[in-house]
Design a protein around this ligand. Structure first.
Ligand code: NAD
Length: 514
């Protein structure tokens, strides 16, 4: 079991000094103590650190430093930049246990998931290292004689990263590792709810950059809340803003970046459904549904929020779910015996209670009731019981993303109906079907199937590998990050035509004799 001493040890092993800078451009850090904010652990309610917020002047200095660093970083060959990202991956490997524990303690996810989040960072560093030798452009056939036409990819400049509390470090690394190998520099504004994990990551990278003689400004951190995020989104010096968070936040970032014709990648809320067909292997479907719904206490963007179950297996599956929920152990997420940890803060608990009340008002019936837990182990006030509600798909509450472990069950008769229910929400992040029937699986994946960015067969909605492009449609924002060719969003494409003849033929055969 973890105690205060373990936390102090862990911070010391990570050599996070200081733990509360308001900004950092690498080795250099600064403190603006005027409007500090506190990071309390949802695990036990203890104060981890009081962190400074970057003032407007400090923010400006950071952006100037990043702008200067871009001029140098972009000139370093991409494979060499990739090697530096590889070294960052090595640093993460050697600090995986401590960083994973810090993620778990500051955010409240289970230790296994905290370690998994650091593993995801390591994986993206490996991916980015290989990618640094593969930033390919096409060669095209010119219609003019003795002409060569091709395209190449150049970095954008400063990539601003705004991240959410629920993946306090992995989302930054998905963006930063790819942005760096592409030749960009990064300015990160982490969630104000998880500032200390951000300092730990920033300092690990700062050490790697310094060891390689790289100037300040390639990796920067600015601490603050919504207003700092708004400043960053509206700042014309930031070429690309990659923002992860609520749909409300994404709409604001989209408007601010569009108004200055800047670029954005938006990774926003989800409302993910799992279809359980009458042809499903229920032994596979059960753990997928339970982990999807209660993992990270329902605070993943890919959390399974809706189960759309065929009427022929509805009662059986509902009973198996109720039995499984009866086995869940809720408590300190650093104790590996527990399955479910706390919500991030008491505001999140209020939202959980409000959603349950709305569901009851609309006529929902709870197969497993939700409650806020009390007692010595739950002293932070952030622990809730995962619950299961039987609902109709048209309920208003079912269309909203409540960031808590509330699972909605609904029945269907035909696959067309199930797909329609699945698609009939504003969000479009992740989706899945459990079936052993090939026709059903293919129909779900077809153009008339799921409208989400992620569509799985016989695995749950939650969790994704870094090799694929990650993101979703509709209110989820349309952005793609991480694997596949998502790197192209971090670069600008340039088309080059070279004439090596002694004539000047014009395109489309146009004649212009002088
Ligand atoms: P949030 O929107 O409250 O905050 C996210 C970040 O945005 C924070 O750093 C915050 O300071 C900043 N911010 C808030 N308002 C802003 C504004 N107007 N302009 C600029 N920045 C602003 O979200 P949260 O509660 O931290 O995270 C939960 C949400 O994030 C959920 O909706 C979840 O689905 C979503 N999320 C999505 C993904 C994805 O990849 N699609 C991943 C993780 C989380």
């Amino acid at each position: 079991m973890i105690n205060r001493l373990t936390i102090e040890d862990m911070l010391q092993r990570l050599s996070i000094k200081p733990v509360n800078p308001a900004w950092s451009t690498g080795k250099e850090t600064g403190d603006d103590t005027s409007t500090p904010f506190d990071s309390f652990s949802p695990v036990d309610g203890q104060l981890i650190a009081s962190v400074g917020s970057a003032s407007a002047d400090a923010y400006d200095r950071v952006i100037e430093q990043a702008t200067a660093a871009f001029g140098q970083w972009r000139m370093i060959p991409a494979p060499r930049r990739g090697d530096i990202v590889r070294q960052f991956g090595e640093a993460l490997r050697s600090h995986k246990q401590d960083l994973g524990m810090l993620v778990s303690y500051e955010m409240g996810k289970s230790l296994q998931e905290g370690l998994g989040e650091v593993q995801e960072m390591i994986d993206i560093c490996d991916f980015a290292t290989g990618l640094s030798r593969q930033l390919y452009g096409l060669t095209m056939q010119s219609e003019r004689p003795q002409h060569r036409m091709y395209e190449q990819w150049h970095p954008l400049g400063i990539v601003g990263i705004i991240s959410a509390f629920n993946f306090p470090v992995a989302v930054w690394s998905w963006n930063a590792a790819i942005a760096w190998i592409c030749g960009n520099v990064c300015v990160w504004k982490p969630s104000e709810k998880t500032p200390v994990t951000a300092v730990a990551c920033q300092q690990l990278m700062a050490r790697v950059l310094a060891e390689n003689g790289i100037p300040e400004g390639v990796s920067c951190l600015v601490q603050g809340g919504r207003s700092l995020g708004e400043e960053l989104a509206g700042d014309h010096r930031i070429a690309l803003v990659s923002a992860t968070g609520s749909t409300r936040m994404g709409k604001s970032v989209a408007a601010a970046t569009a108004a200055r014709l800047g670029r954005s990648i938006l990774e926003l809320g989800g409302n993910n459904a799992l279809i359980i067909s009458q042809h499903a292997d229920l032994d596979v479907a059960l753990p997928a549904a339970v982990f999807g719904a209660v993992g990270t206490a329902g605070q993943r963007c890919t959390t399974t929020r809706r189960l759309i179950i065929h009427e022929a297996v509805y009662d059986t599956f509902r009973q198996r779910l109720v039995n499984a929920y009866g086995q869940l152990r809720i408590g300190n997420p650093l104790d590996e015996q527990n399955h479910v940890g706390p919500l991030i803060d008491v505001d999140a608990v209020r939202q959980y209670e409000a959603a349950i009340a709305s569901c009851l008002r609309e006529g929902g019936h709870f197969a497993v009731a939700g409650t806020v837990l009390e007692g010595a182990e739950y002293v932070s006030g952030c622990y809730v019981r995962p619950c299961i509600a039987e609902v109709e798909p048209y309920f208003e509450i079912v269309k909203q993303e409540t960031f808590a472990p509330i699972l909605y069950l609904m029945k269907y008769r035909t696959l067309e109906e199930a797909i329609r229910i699945q698609n009939e929400v504003p969000q479009g992040l992740s989706s899945a079907i459990m079936t052993q029937n090939l026709r059903e699986a293919e129909q779900f994946l077809s153009v008339a199937g799921s409208d989400c960015g992620i569509a799985n067969v016989n695995i749950g909605t939650s969790g994704a590998e870094i090799g694929g492009a990650f993101g979703g449609e509709k209110d989820t924002g349309g952005g793609r990050e991480s694997g596949s060719d998502a790197w192209k969003a971090y670069m600008r494409r340039q088309t080059n035509t070279i004439n090596y003849s002694d004539k000047l033929p014009l395109a489309q055969g146009i004649k212009f004799d002088v």
